[in-house]
Design a protein around this ligand. Structure first.
Ligand SMILES: NC(=O)c1ccc[n+]([C@@H]2O[C@H](COP(=O)([O-])OP(=O)(O)OC[C@H]3O[C@@H](n4cnc5c(N)ncnc54)[C@H](O)[C@@H]3O)[C@@H](O)[C@H]2O)c1
Length: 355
């Protein structure tokens, strides 16, 4: 199997590459392709990065290739991780950072890769999209290529965060919690409390545990609560009191922490690249496991789930071919309403952004 990482010299791309090698997911006869820009600093740096990987992983290394043009990308699985990332700012008068700011710039990066895939690809590539806004980039690839082979990892990562945060609030391990987050990888996230199961808990015990920890009694109130709590914490971080911001963060409900955690990490001067790389490689492993696995991921729907058209985080059955079908989940009334609002908002933004 051959894997290509577009944006391999970026912090997320680098962690993805080293995790793939660390876990020996590729054989020495497989190929890992590191993709950068000929006219950017990554062009030269990738040669050094390749050398570093060879030093680190020696005889366990696959063949490592470098590509500096979209038309040179050749792989069975392509990880799209190139592009700008959001920056923290300390101006309380300005809106908090949003992945939406990246749309115009990152779209221009993605289009040549999507066009080259259509022109030079062999038709069975699968693209895992990391670049934000993940819904927009999924749509750019899906409008050009087989949409069933395009999978965005934002909802998968949000679901892992949700499981971890729920587990932390009720004092069990993340492995004991099953849960999904659908919707947008952004303000329009839809945490599915109805999907939460906790190993060893009866239905009544699960319901009691959830009502003790969730942010609001109904999903309809969630967006307002999320924005209010997010803005309060960001104000503290903008004053420079990061330790206090994290102390307050620890007291937030788990469904709010999913969203606030990455922003607070940014304001602290760090990045979410390690967790993102881990989630991407986990998704990659699920995909290759050969078992039909249901995960939340951004895909471009054509009426398969709640009659939604367009890109959104949805429950899908994945396989080595991408996503085969939508898993027919039943949402609560409030979750359904939140999901449909999120779909509408994403669609409006994507229509505005796509040139
Ligand atoms: N989905 C998620 O959960 C998640 C989490 C973190 C980051 N991200 C997204 O991943 C992307 C990368 O983030 P990062 O932190 O690694 O950024 P980064 O700035 O560290 O790396 C970006 C890389 O992209 C490369 N690049 C830019 N234009 C390119 C082109 N035309 N061809 C090839 N490479 C090109 C740059 O040279 C750089 O090496 C961003 O869009 C970010 O928003 C997503």
């Amino acid at each position: 199997m051959d894997v290509s990482i577009i944006g391999a010299n970026g912090s997320t791309g680098k962690h993805i590459a080293s995790r793939i090698l660390l876990e020996r997911l590729l054989l020495p006869t497989d190929r890992l392709q590191l993709v950068g820009r000929r006219d950017g600093s990554s062009g030269n740096a990738l040669y050094g990065f390749r050398q570093d990987l060879k030093d680190a992983f020696a005889e366990h290394c696959p063949i490592i290739d470098i590509a500096l043009q979209p038309e040179e990308v050749v792989a069975d699985i392509i990880v799209m991780a190139a592009g700008k990332t959001i920056q923290a700012h300390s101006d309380p008068g300005k809106a908090p950072p949003s992945r939406d700011e990246l749309a115009i710039y990152n779209q221009q990066i993605a289009i040549p890769y999507a066009d080259a895939l259509v022109q030079y690809g062999h038709g069975h590539e699968v693209v895992i999209v990391v670049t934000n806004p993940v819904e927009l980039i999924v749509e750019i690839f899906s409008q050009r290529y087989d949409r069933h082979r395009i999978v965005g990892m934002g909802a998968y990562q949000d679901s892992l965060r949700f499981r971890r945060e729920v587990a932390r609030s009720i004092n069990v391990s993340r492995e004991a919690v099953r849960a999904m987050v659908l919707g947008e990888h952004g303000d329009g996230i839809v945490p599915l409390w109805s999907s939460v199961t906790i190993q060893g808990f009866s239905d009544n015990e699960t319901a009691r545990a959830i009502s003790n920890v969730r942010s609001s009694t109904s999903s309809r109130e969630f967006p307002g609560t999320l924005i209010r709590m997010r803005n309060e914490i960001i104000k503290i971080a903008q004053r420079g009191d990061i330790a206090e911001a994290f102390r307050r963060f620890d007291t937030l409900p788990p469904d709010v922490r999913i969203m606030v955690g990455p922003f607070l990490t940014l304001f602290a001067g760090a990045k979410t690249d390690i967790a993102t790389a881990n989630a991407t490689v986990d998704l990659f492993k699920c995909m290759l496991s050969g078992k039909d696995t249901v995960i939340a991921a951004q895909v471009s729907l054509v009426n398969e789930f709640l009659q939604v058209r367009g890109p959104i985080g949805a429950p899908v059955v994945i396989s080595p071919k991408g996503w085969d079908a939508v898993y027919p989940m039943t949402l609560s009334d409030g979750e359904q309403q939140l999901f449909l609002q999120s779909a509408q908002s994403i669609q409006e933004k994507v229509n505005r952004w796509i040139v």
